[in-house]
Design a binder for this molecule. Structure first.
Ligand code: ZN
Ligand code: ZN
Length: 328
């Protein structure tokens, strides 16, 4: 079954590449990037399959057990646009494949100086080089670094200026995972690609790691009244657990006065929140958003924008404004 799907996928990839991408590249004088374009085609198709699967699995669930009734269809449409830009735009792959040659150059330089980079697969020969084992290790290691990236984006004012765009969605839905500032996306993709290269992830495996991770992240943002039970909640980030992170005055503020801090920064595995003291296992499905977007006197009625470009522009403005903010 899986074999047939993979073969079918390769046929479609080959056909799309031969009949559309390649003629376009030659017509525009870009014949020397055919290899990258072939990989880009794979990412694009994986994105299409992923989006179709998410819609078919999560949309009925959202209609069946919504955490918030009456989601604004416009909010959902904008978030879908974000998802298309990030997951079909080969954003992540571009970063990885642009950095790969650079990293090779750095690695060979280090090798000549007698230093080799860390390689997870050679840790325990016969065990860590089994594909499933190394896949699991890579997923956990990348997630550890993702936890700190996410936590830092709440810690530093300028960074929060960008990341608050993600948190400003009051109608969280299955497409909200990609509602981010493009600059923040770029930083995170470069960061994760560098970590992946340093620990020796092969490009083919990186593709699968990213797809697995982002599908789980879409589930976490879906508007569903769903949790994984007492033990499950501690093993994998659930929609309820991540909703607590998005909750006003709970997940990303600690003292009710706007001081940044918060809970549930883990991206896939709550273990990092448990170990570093930021876990909060609430049984509630909280109201989500950012405090300052609430009307006065609860907030300042701050506008985070309705459309894509307005949201991006206001994100940059917040970044500058928050950088200048006086502490205390
Ligand atoms: Zn956050
Ligand atoms: Zn989120």
């Amino acid at each position: 079954m899986i074999q047939t799907l993979v073969e079918w996928f390769s046929v479609v990839q080959g056909w799309l590449f031969q009949s559309a991408i390649l003629p376009f590249l030659y017509a525009t004088g870009l014949g020397d990037v055919t290899e990258e374009a072939f990989t880009g085609t794979e990412w694009f198709l994986l994105g299409v399959v992923e989006l179709a699967m998410l819609y078919l699995l999560l949309r009925p669930l959202e209609a069946w057990i919504p955490a918030k009734p009456d989601i604004d269809p416009k909010a959902r449409r904008i978030d879908f646009l974000y998802t298309c830009i990030h997951r079909l735009g080969a954003f992540t792959v571009a970063v990885f494949f642009l950095l790969d040659p650079l990293f090779d150059a750095v690695a060979s330089q280090l090798h000549m100086s007698g230093i080799t980079h860390f390689d997870v697969e050679h840790l325990w020969p016969g065990v860590t080089d089994m594909p499933l084992v190394s896949f699991g290790i890579y997923l956990v290691v990348l997630d550890f670094f993702d936890y700190w990236y996410h936590r830092a984006s709440h810690q530093f004012d300028w960074w929060w200026g960008l990341h608050s765009l993600h948190h400003s969605q009051t109608d969280m839905n299955l497409w909200s995972d990609n509602r981010n500032h493009l600059l923040d996306d770029l930083l995170r993709d470069v960061y994760l690609a560098v970590v992946a290269m340093v620990i020796g992830v092969e490009p083919a495996q990186y593709v699968l790691l990213i797809v697995a991770s982002r599908m789980l992240q879409s589930l976490q943002h879906a508007n569903v009244r769903l949790h994984f039970g007492r033990i499950g909640e501690r093993l994998l980030v659930s929609p309820r657990y991540h909703r607590t992170h998005h909750a006003i005055g709970v997940g990303h503020e600690t003292d009710g006065a706007g001081t940044l801090g918060g809970h549930n920064f883990a991206v896939l595995f709550p273990i990092w929140d448990i170990v570093f003291g930021t876990a909060l296992f609430s049984s509630k499905f909280e109201t989500v958003g950012v405090r300052d977007q609430l009307p006065a006197p609860l907030g300042e009625g701050r506008n985070y924008g309705r459309g894509f470009w307005e949201q991006q522009w206001l994100g940059l403005k917040r970044m500058v404004e928050f950088t200048r903010r006086k502490p205390g």
